[in-house]
Structures are given as structure tokens and as C-alpha cells.
Design a protein around this ligand. Structure first.
Ligand code: AMP
Ligand code: GLY
Length: 431
């Protein structure tokens, strides 16, 4: 390892993903101190939460320098798109501290749909046909819609907190939404530009790749459950559960993903001179055995991380070292053949309005599963309070999808808070 041993880590973020990272990092014998900014009530069990705003890069740097941090691991996309890696690299006194995550320019793969579509087109990565539309070519956009079959997919170009994608059945409605997104900035500046896409039908799968910009390693893939309701009904959420491995992502399919998607993506990153040391999350659609990319994300998924990391049996800090020091090729990544299921418990009302501050009880009675905290915080008396829409992610490992999911459902029976809701069908479609 080039990272000093023991390694002091600052982990950025406060969700279930970061709780899973903290849990995995804490198992490493290479760990010195772990800090999480800002963290949640769950991450506090694996390290020290620090109350700093992760968007205040000067504050983050001050903390890093005064606490002898050796690596900054960034969970969410927000700070990456805002350029936290560039900030450190351009700072004389903090340049030596590697930031795990892509540069601002490379983070455009998630931060701008039009950038990522042009990248995919240029490097031959299979994706849906598309057109980029701004105030200058709305009429062209409407004609393009006329060449597609319903439903119609409209995407705000910029980050819109996962809400910027509309899927519309009627062409007239699609045309008026297109106009509305651009001219009335329905999603603010994010929708001053819109990407219209051909609709892909199939089953979605999330593929995760670690890269140092030169080589890559494929992490376990996962399937996410995005809708609030059972049977994939109702509003979109951040994710209600996940399963890994994905039964249809067999060797043939994953070889296609590697050859047709991952390799051209890495080649493109190199050819464009993008500084990419981090994770790539490829959201793809299995269209009759042919993988097509829906989107790139420049980070790990949430709740997918809560099933991906529990299946990784090798040391995570050693993997981080390979990523930031560009020695990934020589690193060992071992993966458990077990199935992992995570079931997300959300606040009543989510993804609409919901209340925070509900007392959560019973987590300590859970055995045989891991409870990752998402939106939680400690109350004045040390009690655990809900503090977000997605509250907990309960992960279990077993020999089948069914057994892993059943174990999480059983664990959840121990847990209680007012308004608790979860989907009882996570994994059911894969049986
Ligand atoms: P995105 O923010 O790009 O992940 O889109 C959100 C969700 O919209 C995806 O997870 C898909 O379920 C759906 N979606 C996006 N693009 C398409 C497409 N071209 N065809 C079908 N579904 C799509
Ligand atoms: N689970 C989807 C995401 O993290 O964007």
C-alpha cells in the first residue's frame, strides 16, 4: 500500500451508502481513524461523525489537515460535480491528500446528461437514441418526438435530485412538457437543456466499476427497486431495496457489459484525458440480453452499496489505495457467492411530505442482519430519531434471493417507529 498504514479516512456523506462504507472500512485492519462528515446515527458506531458541511471545501480541507487524514472518500455525487477533487489538487498544502472520486470535468458523466450521451455516442457505448434540446431548437425537439414511439422520455440535463426524468405516454403532453421544462425551467437551470430519449424496455440492472483511470475492476452488480409501491407501482424514490447478485446478469450478459460498455467507457475516459479515480455506476437496461446504458453515475448507488459491499470479502482500504494511487490492476478483489438483500424502511408519506424526529426502537434486537442507517440522528438522550425519507436499510446475506430477503423482513419485525413503511416484495420478481 502506498497509503500510510494505518490509514486515516474522512468519508463524506450521510446516507445508507455511507453507513455501509463506514461499516466496511471499520473492518479493515489497515484503518487508523475514521471520520464521517456529517454521517448519521449509524455511522457513529464505526467512526467519529464531524459536523461540517461537505460543500464547504475550505472547511473540509482544514479538517483533513488538522486531523492528519490520508484519504478523502466521497459518497455522494454533489461534491464531485462541484469539484472537490480539483479543489484538493489545486491546493498547495492539501494536494498530497488523495480524494477518491472523479474530477469536476469527469463528474459531468453524471452532472450533464448531454455530456454523457455525447460521450457514449463518441465511444460506441450502446444507449438510447437522443436529441439535445435548448430554447434554440424546441421545434426540432418536437419533430424528433414525432419520430419516436411512445412512451416519451424527457430528461433535465443537470442534476435534479433524481427527479429530472419524465416518462410520458401522450405525444401532445410530451411536447408541452418539453416546452415547459425549457421555458419555465421546471427543474430550474437543470432543465434549461433537455435530453429527449428513445424509450428502452427491459429489466434494469446496476453495474459498479472501480477505476483508477487506467484499469478497472467490476464490483458485484445489483438490482434496485425504485418505486414506492409493491409491484413497482407509484412514485419514484431514491430506492426501496436492492438485491445482489442479479440472476439474469449471468456470465454471458456480464461479458457483454464488459466488452460493449465498460471497456469503451474506460477507453473514452483515457482518450478524453478525464481524471477519474473512483467508482462508476452504470445504470443499464437488459434489452433482450443486450445491455444498453441508461445513465452513468460517478459514485456508488444507494441502496445498492448496502448489498454490494457486504459481498466484497477483500480489504476495502487496499482497494481505495489501488484506485487513488493508480495500482488497481495489482489489487485483489474477492466476492462472496452469497446473495444479499437490503430492504429500505422509509418515513410514512415518503417520497411526498413526511415527518422527521420519530423515535426508532428495536434495532438492538436484530440478529443475523445488518441495519445500515440512512436518515437517522441521535436525540438528546441518546435515542435514535428518524431524520429523512429513507430511514434504515436492513441487509442480509444468504444462499438465495428468497432466503436473504426473508431474513431482512424478519429483522424488520423487530424495528419500530411511527409511520414506518417498507416494500414487502423486494426480490420477489427475481424468484
Ligand atoms: P435516470 O435519472 O437517467 O436514472 O432515469 C430515472 C429512471 O427513468 C431510470 O432508472 C429508468 O427507470 C427510467 N429511464 C430513464 N431513461 C430511460 C429510457 N431511455 N428508457 C426507459 N426508461 C428510462
Ligand atoms: N439507487 C439509485 C441511485 O443511487 O442513484
Amino acid at each position: 500500500m502506498k497509503l500510510p498504514k494505518p490509514t486515516n479516512i474522512l468519508l463524506i456523506g450521510s446516507g445508507g451508502r455511507e453507513c455501509a462504507f463506514a461499516w466496511k472500512i471499520a473492518q479493515s485492519e489497515n484503518l487508523g481513524k475514521l471520520f464521517i462528515a456529517p454521517g448519521n446515527a449509524g455511522t457513529a458506531a464505526y467512526g467519529t461523525n464531524v459536523d461540517i458541511d461537505p460543500n464547504d471545501f475550505a472547511m473540509v480541507k482544514h479538517f483533513v489537515l488538522t486531523n492528519f487524514i490520508n484519504i478523502v472518500v466521497v459518497g455522494p455525487e454533489e461534491q464531485l460535480v462541484k469539484g472537490i477533487r480539483d479543489f484538493f489538487l489545486s491546493s498547495d498544502d492539501a494536494r498530497h491528500v488523495p480524494v477518491l472520486g472523479p474530477s469536476k470535468a469527469a463528474a459531468q458523466l453524471e452532472g450533464s446528461k448531454s455530456f454523457s450521451k455525447a460521450f457514449m455516442e463518441k465511444y460506441g457505448v450502446p444507449t438510447a437514441k437522443y436529441l439535445e434540446v435548448t430554447a434554440q431548437n424546441i421545434e426540432q425537439g418536437k419533430s424528433f418526438l414525432g419520430t419516436l414511439k411512445p412512451p416519451y422520455v424527457l430528461k433535465a440535463d443537470g442534476l435534479a435530485a433524481g427527479k429530472g426524468v419524465l416518462i410520458i405516454d401522450s405525444i401532445d403532453e410530451a411536447k408541452s412538457e418539453l416546452e415547459d421544462m425549457i421555458t419555465s425551467k421546471r427543474f430550474g437551470e437543470a432543465s434549461a437543456k433537455v435530453v429527449i430519449e428513445e424509450y428502452l424496455s427491459g429489466i434494469e440492472c446496476s453495474v459498479f466499476v472501480a477505476t483508477d483511470g487506467k484499469s478497472y475492476k467490476v464490483l458485484p452488480e445489483a438490482k434496485d427497486y425504485k418505486r414506492i409501491g409493491e409491484g413497482d407501482t407509484g412514485l419514484n424514490t431514491g430506492g426501496m431495496g436492492a438485491i445482489s447478485p442479479v440472476p439474469f446478469a449471468d456470465e454471458l450478459f456480464m461479458n457483454r457489459v464488459k466488452r460493449r460498455i465498460i471497456e469503451p467507457t474506460i477507453k473514452g475516459i483515457k482518450a478524453e484525458g478525464l481524471d477519474y479515480c473512483g467508482f462508476i455506476f452504470i445504470g443499464l437496461m437488459n434489452c433482450g440480453g443486450n445491455p444498453m446504458v441508461i445513465e452513468y453515475n460517478v459514485r456508488m448507488g444507494d441502496p445498492e452499496t448496502e448489498v454490494v459491499l457486504p459481498r466484497i470479502t477483500s480489504d476495502i482500504i487496499d482497494l481505495f489505495d489501488g484506485i487513488v494511487n493508480k495500482t488497481l490492476r495489482s489489487k485483489e478483489l474477492t466476492i462472496s457467492p452469497k446473495y444479499a438483500a437490503t430492504v429500505v424502511c422509509v418515513a410514512g408519506g415518503y417520497p411526498g411530505d413526511y415527518e422527521k424526529g420519530k423515535v426508532i426502537t428495536g434495532i438492538e434486537n436484530v440478529t443475523g442482519s445488518t441495519v445500515f442507517h440512512a436518515g437517522t440522528k441521535k436525540g438528546a438522550k441518546g435515542e435514535i430519531l428518524s431524520n429523512g425519507g429513507r430511514v434504515l436499510a436492513v441487509t442480509s446475506l444468504s444462499t438465495s434471493v428468497k432466503a436473504a430477503a426473508a431474513r431482512s423482513f424478519k429483522a424488520i419485525k423487530e424495528i419500530n417507529y411511527e409511520g414506518m413503511y417498507y416494500r414487502r416484495d423486494i426480490g420477489k420478481d427475481l424468484l
